[in-house]
Structures are given as structure tokens and as C-alpha cells.
Design a protein around this ligand. Structure first.
Ligand code: SF4
Length: 154
């Protein structure tokens, strides 16, 4: 069972009111293996909403939208909600949308709204990693599944 970014299953929760539908993810949903979450909505943000990016300010991680508003608290609340749900359901794996300021894992936008990417994690991805989750994205999760299935633990 995975926590899964809801936009990957076609839910229109993306900042622009659209989604990031992915057929492979939909297969997981149909098999009952996905619990859908949208941390930005769980954190109280509206849809549509202004796009945001993670940026470091005086050594502190902030999430700022493209109107200069600090939405860090919403992102942190959404991350906490996702973590608590994972804990309640005893889930330790997640498939999260690549490059999102909430869900991105490994690579995110650099905070300048110039489409430049840097190494880093979205707020939810980071909290889940810090709590022992394995975090995949829609591009690499199949490799993760194959790797796991062929390991000696299975
Ligand atoms: Fe998708 Fe995550 Fe953004 Fe929600 S917060 S729209 S689930 S990438």
C-alpha cells in the first residue's frame, strides 16, 4: 500500500485546477493499493491557487507563492496530515509527484520561479523520508517495485 499524490490519479487538485494523470498510478488505484493525498489541499490551500516554490531564507526553509506570500505553514500542516494518515494505516511507502514543492523528491524548483531545478525535497516528501518512508515518484516507482520484488526479502 502506498500514499499517492492525488493529482497522479487524475484528481484536479493541482495549483491550476488540473491534474497529472498517470496510467500506471491509476492501475494501483484500481488494485486498491493507493491511498490518495494532496498535501497542499490537506494544508488548507484552495484550488486553484498560486504556484509556490521552496526557498531557503536565512537558513530557514520557506514556501513562498508567486505573489510573495509565505505559505509555509499550509505546506507543513499538509505534510503532517499525510504523515499521520500513513502512520494510522501503517503505510511506509509513498509515490509522490516529481518536482512539486510538497511532493517532489530529489529534485525541486529553486524558488525563483524561473523553471530552474535544484537538488532537494518538497515539504511532504522530506517529512515522510525523515519518518522512514520510502519515497518514489511517478517515474521511478515501477523500478522500485521491481527491485523490491526481486530482493531476497520477498
Ligand atoms: Fe499533486 Fe502533491 Fe501538488 Fe497535491 S500537493 S497537486 S498531490 S503534487
Amino acid at each position: 500500500m502506498y500514499l499517492v499524490s492525488a493529482c497522479l490519479a487524475g484528481i484536479n487538485c493541482k495549483y491550476d485546477g488540473e491534474n497529472n494523470y498517470n496510467e500506471d498510478i491509476m492501475e494501483l488505484v484500481k488494485k486498491g493499493e493507493a491511498i490518495l493525498i494532496c498535501p497542499e489541499q490537506l494544508g488548507g490551500l484552495a484550488t486553484p491557487r498560486f504556484p509556490s516554490e521552496v526557498s531557503m531564507q536565512n537558513g530557514e526553509r520557506k514556501v513562498i507563492n508567486n505573489h510573495g506570500e509565505d505559505v509555509t505553514k499550509n505546506y507543513e500542516r499538509g505534510a503532517q496530515e499525510a504523515l499521520e494518515l500513513g502512520k494510522r494505516l501503517n503505510i511506509k511507502k509513498a509515490i509522490l509527484k516529481a518536482k512539486s514543492p510538497s511532493c517532489g523528491c530529489g529534485l525541486i524548483y529553486d524558488g525563483t520561479f524561473s523553471k530552474k531545478k535544484i537538488e532537494g525535497n518538497g515539504v511532504t516528501a522530506q517529512l515522510l523520508l525523515d519518518n522512514g518512508f520510502e519515497v518514489f515518484n511517478e517515474e521511478n516507482f515501477k523500478k522500485g517495485i521491481i527491485k523490491k520484488n526481486s530482493s531476497s526479502h520477498y
